[in-house]
Write a protein of this length. Sequence first.
Length: 257
Amino acid sequence: MPTAADRARARDKGETDTPISGERKTSLLVVEDDENISTMISEHFSRAGYIVKTAEDGVAGVQAALHDHPDAVVLDLMLPKMDGLAVCRELREKAPYIPILMLTAKDDVVDKVLGLEMGADDYITKPFSLRELEARIKSVLRRMRTGGSVDGASEDAPIVRGKLRIDPSKREVLVGDHQVELTPKEFDLLRLFASNPGRVFPRKYLLEKIWDYSYEGYDRTIDSHINRLRAKIEENPENPQMVLTVWGIGYKFSDEQ
């Protein structure tokens, strides 16, 4: 599996994806068991210049993602052999850097929240327009490429807080000498926090800033991501020293780093 350093070296050589500018074709994996939907998505994105591969069940989807390392995965929630949530969970463990957009046939907040809690970067509810799906994918990929806009930080300036070092241009995180693999959302959260030590970020703000959502019921999505982020960067996640909880409000990055 390529590390962040491997991907950065490839970027420097011009080998990685610049999905909007088109220097290299963007690769897309569609994991969908409905043949009509899969074909529709595949044909649309192929015409748009993407390299598209498909998988019809969750097990095949995981295997294809880990073997081909696509630039993004479109993942159906309801799949045979392994459902979309289980696929998302496994990919987040083994390939956290791959953006995932989840498809769901259920217009249910619970399903959407579960998908986001498992690490999906976005979701879209069936039925959907192909233009909307393409716009969502481009948005996720653009954020991956640019690192997104972050309050109080220049786009590419490294951020150093004690033993923590964040390189936005390479989307790399080091804790001491140890390189940490974060999901796209975990990276965006950490970069936002570390760029503004001491500033308290309410959960609602984080949802709007990082996920572009403003609906009630998504608060626990933030908590799930914070817990996973702490498990990766804190020496003792049960007693965090960097990303701190501000009870009843949200989170902040320690200003003592």
